[in-house]
Design a binder for this molecule. Sequence first.
Ligand code: HEC
Length: 159
Amino acid sequence: MTSFFRLVVAGALALLVQPALAFEVAEPAVATFDVDTTGLPPPPAGEGNPYRGNARAAEIGRTLFNQTCARCHGVDAVSRNMPGPDLTRLDKACRPIADPAVRAHCLADNDAYFLDSVQNGKVRVGVSHMPAWKTVLSPQLIWTLRTFVESRAPKRAAE
Ligand code: HEC
């Protein structure tokens, strides 16, 4: 093949491979963070986010998010041009549900998904996209992150 053609093929391959390489080795979870949990009530027993709508939990979650998640999901969960997805869209399908019980069920499913994603990280076909946080962040702290992200989500027009 001509050297020009070889160059084009190499360029196309580099473009294809590059985004995958960018995520190939997710950085390790950050073990050092500094967050003041004063005013956070102990989580009641039960499934799901115990802090939904709690302003203090959202405030703690914001500080923690910007220390541990922002480098991939964006400062204050604004994820434009970031490697991680926009987390404020997670509840997009739940928000328009009118029936409060069905809506709560939808949010509870996402609670479980959020907790599992953060605790165990994201590995696809053997490639790590996001580190696992279970040895670093307690469920209580993970719920403050979820509460913060929810507080940043776009509100329904009717609300
Ligand atoms: C090293 C970069 C990185 C860091 C740091 C990181 N994430 Fe992620 N996260 C990702 C990527 C990339 C994905 C998408 C992975 C996939 O879908 O395979 C993701 C996916 C997620 C998901 C699933 C989202 C969905 O729509 O499916 C949640 C929830 C999440 N991250 C929360 C967090 C939280 C909370 C933190 C901070 C404790 C955090 N992440 C830190 C890169 C990161």
